[in-house]
Each structure stands twice: as structure tokens, then as C-alpha cells.
Design a protein around this ligand. Structure first.
Ligand SMILES: Cc1ncc(C[n+]2csc(CCOP(=O)(O)OP(=O)(O)O)c2C)c(N)n1
Length: 640
């Protein structure tokens, strides 16, 4: 479907073209950019509200700064659609997030204007500071370095680590705080309150006015009153700002707050800031979803709504003829409440993903027992460890990819102290259209090497519930349960929960020559393959191992005694993951079977639908089927 840009936008193929636009027409360019984002995202899907909120800012930044020589870094990057459209990718923009198309986030490989690859939050200030210090070192004095970071991302510890460094760096860094009071869900924490305070109360301005009024009234200083007040005002200002402004206290010059939707004012302010050297911050107030009424009203829903009818605002839903299985997320959200009703020690923790993980169900039902701690994975884990020291049982739900941030906390704060913290790793395996920054590819490998850690993955909803039930029974150490984004396989999922023996797998069927060993939801592909093979008269065994650690050694003894051909399947990295655990067992126990490991190869796998990516990596049903056939043709291994 051809989507036509507005008349001005149609001629903008680069920031050079944008700079030819008269200032009076910038508002129209912004409006056309907004409309184009609405037109494309409504048809093709993607992130939505965040990009609408920074349309004017994006236009002003590319108008004022000399990109790509000036380095513009977007935090997270889900708001950079306008940036992509203005920097030569307008006509490809309909391929955004599609297999082999544009990435949904800035990506260095994709464009010179994408100065830094993003997807995980709170990295922009560090990256831009690194660039600024490099420019200083190379004596490139004229270069500007700009980090655009949302108030949600500002809650991440890295942003503060970077500001702490920037404040003593004397580098040419401009931080733009895009403050829309929202993360994906409403932003949380004391920083949010602080930002609202400085936006609404203007403590400094109030005091200045009071000083002026007092002096004006008494007119003690006669005709020089104005001059004296100006002097006094300056010293009061610098004193008060240092005292009361968080950013000034960190040695960053603070400007704002400014209206982030007044493009001409933004152009003036940014032009002025260009002349002010050193690290500085501009506080910009914007509205997430600006210009699309429904998105302004329900900002969480319209963060990434999928395809929708732009006129009616109706979001497309797939129509199914048969009852559908629920999403794992939904099962998690309902099950944790069910468990918490029975066990008063259970607590819920999520770093900024209440809706995505469904922890919002518990936050609503039991607000005093479930916490959104902001985009703060490290804190989420250590906070959970703290709860555990007091005998509580925290369920810390973190997307697999974001858990990478908190690895040391898992080792140092949870496992070394053998504390029972339950890690529910959502979005494990391929994240789909979000791409490599979001794939949960490494968790099996990075969790299984830690002592005092149980690593499990359910193959269906019943298994997820049973694992969640088992994890809250008395026990020690970390307990990881990882599951993918999306639907399970059991429409009737509200099964009574029961304990699973830790480290015990399930034999799903016997075979003759070959066994398939799977972990987690991906095992359902093996079921399909075994069914198809059975119809051909080939009996292949299938074991759902459930646990990568402790791995079911009795079951593996059975497998390697009986089958000389084994295939392992996982939707995690093949290096060091589940298949590696099986190979280690085989070597350690002197077995000798032919083993093929299927999983995510040692490469960056780009974005696409989960199924496309499984097929690309050869562990979709066809890949497993082909592998079985190939292995059955192999001559049996001989011991030399
Ligand atoms: C480390 C990490 N944790 C969680 C996320 C998921 N996430 C993506 S966008 C977002 C909200 C960001 O809020 P903000 O920076 O204010 O930008 P806005 O969407 O409001 O424009 C979150 C939590 C992430 N990208 N990275």
C-alpha cells in the first residue's frame, strides 16, 4: 500500500533538505511528519505514542544541528521514527520491523545518522558522553553531541552514572530530557515527582519574584533598584539552582522546562544552546501520543498498539474460529495472584513492565505486595534479594533480554547468599519484530553456570503454573522460570497446581533409534514433528527436560543408553545452553551418541516474526524434521 507523504515532507530526503524549509513552515513539516507516522504505523504496526510525542523535537534537532556530523543519540530508540523518516528512510519506512526490513530502533549498520545502536534504555548519555570526549581528544571542537532521553529512561541507574561523569567532564554534551510523565506505563518513583515539581512550581522563579516585589515595594535602592535586583537575582539564582536543582547539583547547566511541541521556540532554544559549551540539560515537556487523541488519552495502550484503523481507532485483532490458548503473560499474571492469595510471603517485582509482564494484575489486586520499580533491573534484583532475606518470596519478573543488565546482582546478591528469589523471565527466545536488542537468547546459558540457581522452562501453561507453584515451596537459591512471548497451547489452562520434582523431566514418547530432547515451549514443535514422523511409520522419542539445571541425569542415562542418535532443541543460544548441558553430561559419563544441537547460532539474528526466525535458525518444525531425517540416514557412530 502506497502511503503518500505531505507536500513538504515529500521533498525532504535528508536533513539538508529540511534545512531549506523556511522557519514559518516548520510547524507544517512537523504536522506532515506526524501524519506520516500515523499513516504508516496504522497500516504496518510498530511503536506509536513515543514518536508522535517527539515530532517537533526531531524536526528542530535536525534543523539546528549538523547531523550526522553532530552526534544525535536516541535513548531506547522506539521514539526515533520521525528521525528515520527525515534521514532518508521515508520511502522504506513501511518495512519497519518487517523481516529483512528496517529495524524498529536506530542501528549503526542501517544509517550514518544512527550514531548508536539502541533498544535497551538509559544508555544514551553514556554513549553521547563517550562521543563527546572522543571529539575533545581529537580536537574536533565544533562537534555537538546530543542525547535524547525520556523521563522513564532517566530512572535507569546508567543515566545517573553517566551524568555523574558528565558533570566533571567539560565536554560538549547536550542532554535533552523528553519529559512526558510516562514510561510504557505511567512513570514511577521520586524522580517523576521531582520533574513534575520543577515543571509546575518553578521554585526559583517564585523566589525571584518575591525578591523583586519586596525590593520594589520599599524602593530603598532608588533609581538603581533594577540593577541591584538583577545582581541579587543572579546570585540568588545560582545559589537556589545549585541547592534545589538536581541537575545543576551535578554540574550540568539546566535549561527549561520548555514546551516540546513549539517547534520554532525549540529551534531558537537549541540554536542558543549550541553556543553554550560544556555539559548541559534541556528539559522538554511533551505529550506522549501528541496529535492522535486516543493515543494521548490511553498512552499505555498506544505505546505499541499494532495495526489499527486510523479513522475509528479500532485496533486490529486476529479472529479465531476455535478457542485460543492464553498468552504465557496472562497465565503468569493470574497465577501469581492465585498463589499470593494462598501464600502471604509472595511479593511481586517488575522493572517498568507491569502491563507487558501482567504484573499489573497483582499490582491492582494487592498494591502493597507488588512493585513497579522503574527501569531499574539491577535494583529490582537486589531489592528482591533484600525481601528474601526477611523470609519473603519475591517473584521478580524481568524480560529475559533486560535481565542481562542485572547479572551481577543475580550472582552476587541472590545466588552467593543462596536466597530464594524466583526469576520469571518473560520474552525468552526470539522477541520477534523488536529484533536482536530484545531477543531473550542467552538466559539458559548465563543462568546455568551460576551455583545455587535452578533453571527451568515450561512447555505449556500447566507446566508454568506448576513451576510457579513449586518455586514458592520452602527452598533456597535462585529459581528461574523462562517462557516466551505469546500464546501457550492450552485453551483450558486453569489446571489445579501441583508440585514438580525439581530437576525431573517428562518423557512424552518412546522411539526406536533417535530421541529429541527439548526445553520449554519450543518442545511443541517436536510434538508436531514426532506426529508427522509417526504417520510415516517412524517412531522418534521425545523428552521434555523441563530443567536445564539441575538437569535430569536419570533421564539422560536412559536416553544415552537407549538412543545412539540425539537431537537437542532450544530457543536459546547454542553456545553454553541446554544442548551444551546435554553434551557435557554425555562426555562426563563416557557415552557416545551422535548429537545434533539445534538452537540460536553464534550470530546476531535480526528481527522478524518468531516463526520466521525459528525457521531461519533451523529449529522450526521443518528444521527439526529435516534434522531427524538427516540423522537417521547417518551411519551409526563407531567407537575407535
Ligand atoms: C533496560 C530496559 N528495560 C526496559 C525496557 C522496556 N522499555 C522500552 S520503552 C520503555 C519506556 C521508556 O520511557 P521513556 O524513556 O519515558 O520514553 P517514552 O516512551 O515515554 O517516550 C521501557 C520501559 C527497555 N527498553 N530497556
Amino acid at each position: 500500500m502506497l502511503i503518500k507523504p505531505g507536500p513538504l515532507l515529500a521533498h525532504i530526503n535528508s536533513p539538508e533538505d529540511l534545512k531549506k524549509v523556511e522557519p514559518k513552515d516548520l510547524a507544517q513539516v512537523s504536522e506532515e511528519l506526524r501524519q506520516y507516522i500515523i499513516d504508516v504505523v496504522s497500516v504496518y504496526g510498530g511503536h506509536f505514542g513515543a514518536s508522535l510525542g517527539v515530532v517537533e523535537l526531531t524536526t528542530a534537532l535536525h534543523y539546528v544541528f549538523n547531523t550526522p556530523s553532530d552526534q544525535l543519540v536516541w535513548d531506547v530508540g522506539h521514539q526515533a521514527y520521525g528521525h528515520k523518516i527525515l534521514t532518508g528512510r521515508r520511502d522504506n519506512f513501511h518495512t519497519n520491523r518487517v523481516y529483512k526490513g528496517l529495524s524498529g530502533f536506530p542501528k549503526r549498520k542501517e544509517s550514518n545518522y544512527d550514531t548508536f545502536g539502541v533498544g535497551h534504555s538509559s544508555t544514551s548519555i553514556s554513549a553521547a558522553l563517550g562521543m563527546a570526549v572522543a571529539s575533545q581528544y581529537k580536537d574536533e571542537q565544533d562537534k555537538h553531541h546530543i542525547a535524547v532521553i525520556g523521563d522513564g529512561s532517566m530512572t535507569g541507574g546508567m543515566a545517573f552514572e553517566a551524568m555523574n561523569h558528565a558533570g566533571v567532564s567539560n565536554s560538549n554534551l547536550l542532554i535533552i530530557l523528553n519529559d512526558n510523565c510516562m514510561s510504557i506505563d505511567p512513570n514511577v518513583g521520586a524522580l517523576k515527582d521531582y520533574l513534575t515539581d520543577i515543571t509546575t512550581s518553578h521554585a526559583y522563579n517564585k523566589v525571584r519574584d518575591e525578591v523583586w516585589n519586596i525590593l520594589g515595594k520599599t524602593s530603598k535602592f532608588g533609581p538603581n533598584a533594577r540593577e541591584i535586583v538583577a545582581k541579587l537575582e543572579n546570585s540568588v539564582k545560582s545559589f537556589l539552582l545549585k541547592q534545589s536543582n538536581l541537575f545543576e547539583s551535578l554540574n550540568l547547566r539546566y535549561f527549561g522546562p520548555v514546551d516540546g511541541h513549539d517547534v520554532n521556540h525549540l529551534v531558537d532554544v537549541l540554536s542558543d544552546l549550541k553556543d553554550i559549551p560544556g555539559p548541559k540539560i534541556l528539559h522538554c515537556v511533551t505529550v506522549k501520543g501528541k496529535g492522535y487523541a486516543l493515543a494521548e488519552k490511553d498512552q499505555t495502550k498506544w505505546h505499541a498498539p499494532g495495526k489499527f484503523d486510523k479513522i475509528t481507532g479500532e485496533i486490529q485483532k486476529k479472529v479465531h474460529e476455535t478457542p485460543q490458548a492464553p498468552k504465557y503473560q496472562q497465565v503468569f499474571g493470574n497465577t501469581i495472584v492465585e498463589l499470593a492469595e494462598q501464600n502471604e510471603k509472595i511479593m511481586g517485582v517488575t522493572p517498568a513492565m507491569p502491563s507487558g509482564s501482567s504484573m499489573n494484575i497483582m499490582m491492582k489486586a494487592m498494591p502493597e505486595r507488588a512493585f513497579d520499580v522503574g527501569i531499574a533491573e539491577q535494583h529490582a534484583v537486589t531489592f528482591s534479594a533484600g525481601l528474601a532475606t526477611q523470609g519473603l518470596v519475591p517473584y521478580c519478573n524481568i524480560y529475559s533480554t533486560f535481565m542481562q543488565r542485572a547479572y551481577d546482582q543475580v550472582i552476587h546478591d541472590v545466588c552467593l547468599q543462596n536466597l530464594r528469589v524466583v526469576f520469571c523471565l518473560d520474552r525468552a527466545g526470539f522477541a520477534g519484530a523488536d529484533g536482536p536488542t530484545h531477543h531473550g537468547a542467552y538466559d539458559l546459558a548465563y543462568m546455568r553456570c551460576i551455583p545455587n540457581m535452578i533453571v527451568s522452562a515450561p512447555m505449556n501453561e500447566e507446566e508454568l503454573r506448576n513451576l510457579m507453584y513449586t518455586a514458592q515451596l520452602p527452598g533456597e537459591g535462585g529459581f528461574t522460570i523462562r517462557y516466551p512471548r505469546g500464546q501457550g497451547v492450552m485453551p483450558e489452562w486453569k489446571t489445579p497446581m501441583q508440585e514438580i520434582e525439581i530437576g525431573k523431566g517428562r518423557k512424552l514418547r518412546d522411539g526406536e533409534e533417535l530421541a529429541i530432547l527439548t526445553i520449554g515451549h519450543i518442545g511443541n514443535y517436536a510434538v508436531e514433528v514426532c506426529d508427522a514422523l509417526e504417520e510415516e511409520g517412524i517412531a522418534v522419542a521425545h523428552y521434555d527436560m523441563r530443567f536445564v539445571k539441575p538437569i535430569d541425569e536419570d533421564m539422560l542415562h536412559e536416553v544415552f543408553s537407549k538412543y545412539r542418535k540425539v537431537i537437542t532443541v532450544e530457543d536459546g543460544c547454542i553456545n553454553g545452553g541446554f544442548g551444551s548441558a546435554v553434551l557435557e553430561f554425555m562426555a562426563d559419563n563416557q557415552y557416545m551418541s551422535q548429537v545434533t544441537r539445534l538452537g540460536i547460532p553464534d550470530a546476531v539474528i535480526e528481527h522478524g516474526e518468531q516463526r520466521q526466525l525459528h525457521d531461519e535458525c533451523n529449529f522450526g518444525p521443518e528444521g527439526i524434521y529435516r534434522t531427524v531425517k538427516r540423522m537417521l540416514e547417518l551411519a551409526p557412530a563407531t567407537i575407535l
